[in-house]
Design a protein around this ligand. Structure first.
Ligand code: TA6
Length: 295
């Protein structure tokens, strides 16, 4: 299958389809500046993004599973059609442990390298979520930026509601020397304190315990300061109103599968999506949102 995909979608010097971990097919995007990204057809999962200097900016657990039907711990999981355990589906929905299809690759005139993957309903998904849909993931690699877009199309005859988020795991040198800026004054739901509503009072969020907050209608521009690595990542979102800031800290890390006990020290999740007010689509309606990371 990989050879067939390479023949159909490979682009010299820019796009390669190759066997990844456990032989699972991955799409490797290579920008002329030296920046790279990798996205697996399994789960439609971006697992790596390195900037032109060669810095790996995404976290991937050393214990991550790469197996059919299993979610990957790290990278950019696509949460759909449910966020977390906010419904009857598996946590974060079924998109992140489904097999996606590669539908397009391209090098734009600007030199940006693009790949588009798609997930549609299956017997398995219809059995737990009786709706026809198309979920399209766009991955756009530039010299020092990565844009991820998600589009949801209702291809069925009935309306449905969904939540979606990019559950991005950033790799940092040291969680104690990490902060997230841009959320001052924003209302949030605190999943660590019985989902109590609160308001962010500080100019930046720092970490000293399990942190799991859904910021509602957050500003479109945020900044992650990875002081230990001496770098910042700017996060710019569009039509993704909500932001989740998460670090599992010690106890939750020990309880979680496929995550090393000490790995919480090098993770911060800054997730962007449509969570608090689920989106309702009538037949043939569509929704699209995107987030750009630059560093
Ligand atoms: O986004 C935060 C969260 O909902 C946490 O409550 C925690 O359960 C985490 O997601 C788990 O995400 P994962 O991708 O590791 O399954």
């Amino acid at each position: 299958m990989i050879k067939k995909l390479q023949t159909e979608f490979g682009i010299s010097q820019a796009v390669t389809i190759a066997p990844g971990i456990n032989g699972l097919p991955k799409v490797v995007l290579a920008h002329e500046s030296g920046s790279r990204a990798e996205v697996y057809l399994h789960a439609g999962h971006v697992t790596s993004w390195t900037n032109a200097k060669g810095d790996e900016l995404l976290f991937l657990s050393r214990e991550a599973l790469f197996a059919p039907g299993k979610e990957i711990r790290g990278g950019i999981p696509v949460c759909f059609p449910q966020f977390s355990d906010q419904g009857p589906l598996p946590p974060h929905g079924f998109a992140r442990n489904s097999e996606w299809h590669l539908v397009k690759t391209e090098v734009l005139g600007t030199g940006k390298v693009a790949a588009r993957l798609q997930l549609t309903e299956s017997e398995d998904s219809l059995a737990i979520w009786p709706h026809k849909f198309a979920l399209v993931l766009g991955v756009l690699l530039d010299m020092n930026a990565l844009t991820i877009s998600t589009q949801v199309v209702n291809t069925g005859a009935d309306s449905f509601q969904f939540q979606t988020a990019l559950h991005t795991y950033f790799r940092v040198a040291d969680i104690h020397r990490t902060s997230v800026r841009g959320l001052e004054g924003v209302s949030f739901i605190d999943a660590v304190r019985e989902y109590r509503r609160d308001v962010e009072t500080g100019p930046s969020i720092r970490f000293s315990e399990e942190t799991d907050r859904i910021y509602v209608d957050a500003p479109d521009s945020l900044r992650l300061d990875d002081e230990g690595n001496g770098r910042s990542i700017v996060i710019q979102k569009r039509d993704m109103p909500d932001v989740v800031v998460w670090n599992p800290w010690i106890e939750k890390s020990h309880r979680m599968s496929y995550l090393g006990d000490e790995e919480y020290l090098r993770i911060v999740c800054v997730e962007t999506g449509r969570i608090v007010s689920p989106c309702e689509l009538s037949p043939r309606d569509q929704w699209q949102g995107e987030t750009t990371f630059s560093c």
